[in-house]
Design a protein around this ligand. Structure first.
Ligand code: NAP
Length: 253
């Protein structure tokens, strides 16, 4: 589950509904929760912390460090801030939110490795990194593995298909597809009518099915609405056939 724009509700009722939506997703098995220190200036992490209270061990928490915090000491400080807001003692996946060419990646990764050694972080990831930047990040880590690259990928935005997706698959770096529902805007006509008729799935479910079809790709749809969360949670119960996957790819190209 994604959490961008979650944590800054306009009312206490909306806050309750955001927490309930996250809790329901966890109950239904959507146990990867993605947040960032940047989202709502820490408010998203606080709300996630509240939603996972009492069930930390069954949740996989992914958060991110902002690109202006990539000097060694800043990474350590940012991580401590995230841990405090989330109310946890370790982060499952700590990601560099965006590359920052002004700060040497080796310096950032040295801090990341120290966080792993200290038991504060389990896996190291990046986000919005190109092939070259991902290569440099992996090289800076030496023998430690780069776990993931979080990038935009959906029926609406397939730019990673021009090289990054294949590169990550080859290097066994998980692709975390962000905005997998095109930020909630999936125009009619993206999915052929005959495919829609064949599966008992909504457009959102078909879109999530499509985006996670390729090996090594996971998706983090965001939903502040329980009904949507419930819909997303069962979107992979039935899988598209290769033929129908190809038909959707062709129609959305
Ligand atoms: P998204 O998940 O593609 O779309 C979210 C929108 O879709 C919301 O408006 C949501 O509305 C709606 N929605 C969710 N489920 C639906 C359903 N079943 N039927 C109809 N509408 C549905 O967009 P996103 O939030 O941009 O991306 C997901 C996550 O990726 C973010 O929350 C964040 O964690 C991450 N992200 C990362 C980066 C990065 O730079 N690394 C950038 C962008 C996003 P409701 O809330 O009303 O359900």
């Amino acid at each position: 589950m994604g959490t961008w724009k979650i944590g800054t509700p306009r009312s206490s009722a909306e806050r309750t509904s955001q927490i309930e939506s996250l809790k329901r997703g966890l109950e239904l098995g959507m146990t990867l929760v993605d947040t960032a220190e940047f989202y709502g200036d820490g408010a998203s992490e606080r709300l996630v912390g509240e939603a996972i209270r009492g069930r930390r061990d069954s949740v996989f928490i992914a958060t991110k460090v902002w690109p202006t915090h990539l000097h060694h000491d800043d990474v350590i400080k940012a991580c401590d801030g995230s841990l405090e807001r989330l109310g946890i003692s370790y982060i499952d996946l700590y990601q560099i939110h965006w590359p920052n060419p002004q700060i040497p990646i080796r310096e950032t990764m040295r801090a990341m490795q120290e966080l792993v050694s200290a038991g504060k972080v389990r896996h190291i990831g990046v986000s919005n990194f190109s092939v070259e930047e991902t290569n440099a990040a992996q090289a800076a880590l030496g023998k430690s593995e780069l776990a993931s690259n979080q990038v935009e990928y959906s029926l609406m935005n397939r730019s990673i298909e021009s090289g990054l997706l294949e590169f990550c698959q080859r290097e066994r770096i998980t692709v975390i597809a962000y905005s997998p529902l095109g930020r909630g805007i999936l125009p009619d006509g993206l999915i052929p009518k005959f495919v829609q008729a064949k599966y008992k799935m909504t457009m959102a479910q078909l879109a999530l099915n499509w985006v996670t079809f390729k090996e090594g790709v996971v998706a983090i749809p965001k939903s502040a609405a329980k009904k949507h969360t419930e819909e997303n949670a069962v979107s992979l119960d039935q899988r598209l056939s290769l033929e129908d996957y190809d038909a959707i790819s062709k129609s959305a190209s």
